[in-house]
Ligand binder design. Structure first.
Ligand SMILES: [Ca+2]
Length: 127
């Protein structure tokens, strides 16, 4: 009985899948587009006057509720004065990653002082 039933189900599925086969006259549907990515605004919550420039993701999230997506795809840090990419300044960074954010500690620098940085994140766009 079960065998007969499974044959019947198979036959039904087989017929249905054949009925749905697109004919050459049907319109062509292109592949779905790649999801679009968006940047957040620039965040600059700290100045290097203390122990350094602390732009931690957890603090930025706390101070800017809902403004930074849960899973950022990219983080970018630049100086606030000349917009120089952090990686081009020659300074050493304590933290610079997607999960923690960005930290420049003054004690890690040859000149003893970090520049002031701002950060932004790339996220999937909201529709
Ligand atoms: Ca800063």
């Amino acid at each position: 009985m079960i065998k007969l039933l499974s044959v019947a189900i198979f036959a039904a599925l087989f017929l249905e899948s054949h009925q749905r086969r697109p004919s050459p006259e049907e319109p062509f549907y292109p592949e779905p587009e790649e999801p679009k990515v968006c940047w957040t605004k620039w965040f600059d919550r700290d100045n290097p006057s203390g122990t350094g420039d602390w732009e931690l993701l957890k603090d930025l999230r706390k101070e800017n509720t809902g403004k930074i997506c849960k899973y950022p795809l990219y983080i970018e840090a630049i100086t606030t004065d000349t917009m120089t990419p952090a990686i081009s300044t020659g300074q050493t960074f304590y933290i610079y990653n997607l999960t923690q954010g960005f930290v420049c500690r003054n004690k890690d620098q040859r000149k003893g002082m970090c520049r002031d940085y701002k950060v932004r994140f790339r996220c999937l766009c909201r529709n």
